[in-house]
Design a binder for this molecule. Sequence first.
Ligand SMILES: [Zn+2]
Length: 84
Amino acid sequence: MISDYPEPKIKVSCEKCGRRAQYDRDAMIKAGGDRRLLDLLDAIQERLKCETLERDPDIYNKCRLKYENIRPATPNAYEQARDG
Ligand SMILES: [Zn+2]
């Protein structure tokens, strides 16, 4: 949930196109209610997505925002190895 976000500022970024955005966590909850973080990310993605990448026929080259302060729920093998 948005209220679980670890910092007062919600930060998103996309490594494909370099877009970044920052939102006030409490303001987001006030405006749209507490939602699942994935739902919020979808909503932000709709607003910020890069039209150039959307038109790219390469399905792997798509705009994809991520939360900057949150680790993936299931760390991949690489991260597990790196972090020991
Ligand atoms: Zn992007």
